[in-house]
Design a protein around this ligand. Structure first.
Ligand SMILES: C[S@@+](CC[C@H](N)C(=O)[O-])C[C@H]1O[C@@H](n2cnc3c(N)ncnc32)[C@H](O)[C@@H]1O
Length: 291
């Protein structure tokens, strides 16, 4: 089955579409299916561990036992981890679903990427704004008593603000004005704003920058003391599995570190955290100090 025909089958499906995996991948696929006009009407999640309603998309989650009511459905395995989606495929075949009814995540992800220019805005509605909070809290520990102001680039829900001392001036930037205080700029389009602070903070937003080197040069000019960056580092071969709008893939933190050095900032400390089950990418948290 060609990639276009996979999407056409899904867009035009009059029967139910079951997204197996009510998590990051499932939410993204649901969001992309819903973008189409007319959108498929009957989409549900199925999950081995979750049941009820998926809170971010407000969509029903059925249990595998309930799949007997969905005999004619198209089942999309929305699980990024290669080991786990193989397990679910076997589970579905054992339930009696035919190979023709099952579409696996790598094929789905590839089909969307081949046919659509995915923007961050396509992902907004399926994004869990709480998912990075532990890492933002961890990175915020690098902001010390001598730091009195912070610029948060791609601030999103501004969680960093909650991690700061009350006497630290917080400046949020994003291309969407999520509060009256947001300095709005699209780092793929607009001129860099004339702002500066002791600390430049980028939590998981560098990957949305097309010209990420120019953005980092700006962040370095705007930061008086340090720059803190959190970014996903992809494992080679896993890039097609991550559906993120406007994604710049990093396969190591070396290019980020080198670009920071060119702009007068050296790596002081680095922490690595596992992302998901650890099979697709890891998270690099990097602290840079001005030379
Ligand atoms: C993955 S979210 C991270 C949000 C937040 N820093 C966090 O960790 O929860 C990416 C953020 O970057 C912002 N963003 C995406 N593309 C952007 C662009 N071209 N210019 C400015 N901000 C952008 C999005 O609006 C979003 O808030």
């Amino acid at each position: 089955m060609g990639e276009n025909s996979i999407l056409e089958r899904l867009w035009n499906s009059s029967g139910p579409i079951v997204l197996f995996g009510a998590s990051v991948a499932g939410r993204k696929i649901r969001g992309l299916l819903k973008k189409h006009n007319p959108a498929p009407q009957h989409i549900v999640f199925c999950d081995n561990y979750k049941h009820g309603v998926e809170p971010i998309t407000n969509t029903a989650i059925i249990s595998p036992n309930e799949l007997c009511n969905y005999k004619d459905a198209i089942i999309c395995i929305c699980i990024m981890s290669p080991a786990l989606h193989e397990e679910v495929r076997t589970q579905l075949v054992n339930f009696g679903f035919s190979s023709n009814q099952i579409i696996e995540y790598p094929v789905l992800a590839e089909a969307f990427k081949e046919n659509y220019e995915l923007l961050w805005s396509d992902m907004e509605d399926s994004y869990d704004w709480t998912q990075n909070q532990p890492w933002i809290a961890e990175m915020s520990k690098w902001i010390d008593d001598d730091d009195h102001s912070v610029i948060d680039y791609g601030a999103g829900a501004c969680y960093l603000k909650q991690c700061l001392r009350s006497d630290v001036t917080y400046i949020s930037t994003d291309y969407i004005a999520r509060s009256d205080e947001t300095v709005v700029f699209d780092y793929n389009k607009d001129p860099f704003p004339n702002i500066c602070a002791d600390v430049g903070f980028m939590a998981f937003s560098l990957q949305s920058a097309i010209d990420w080197e120019s953005l980092l040069a700006h962040v370095c000019r705007a930061s008086n003391r340090k720059v803190i960056i959190g970014n996903a580092i992809m494992f080679p071969g896993s890039e097609t599995l991550i559906l993120v709008g406007g994604q710049t893939n990093f396969y190591s933190d070396a290019p980020i570190i080198q670009t920071m050095e060119k702009n007068g900032f050296v790596l002081q400390e680095k922490k690595i955290a596992k992302w998901g089950d650890g099979s697709i990418s890891e998270l690099a948290m990097l602290l840079f100090a001005k030379c």
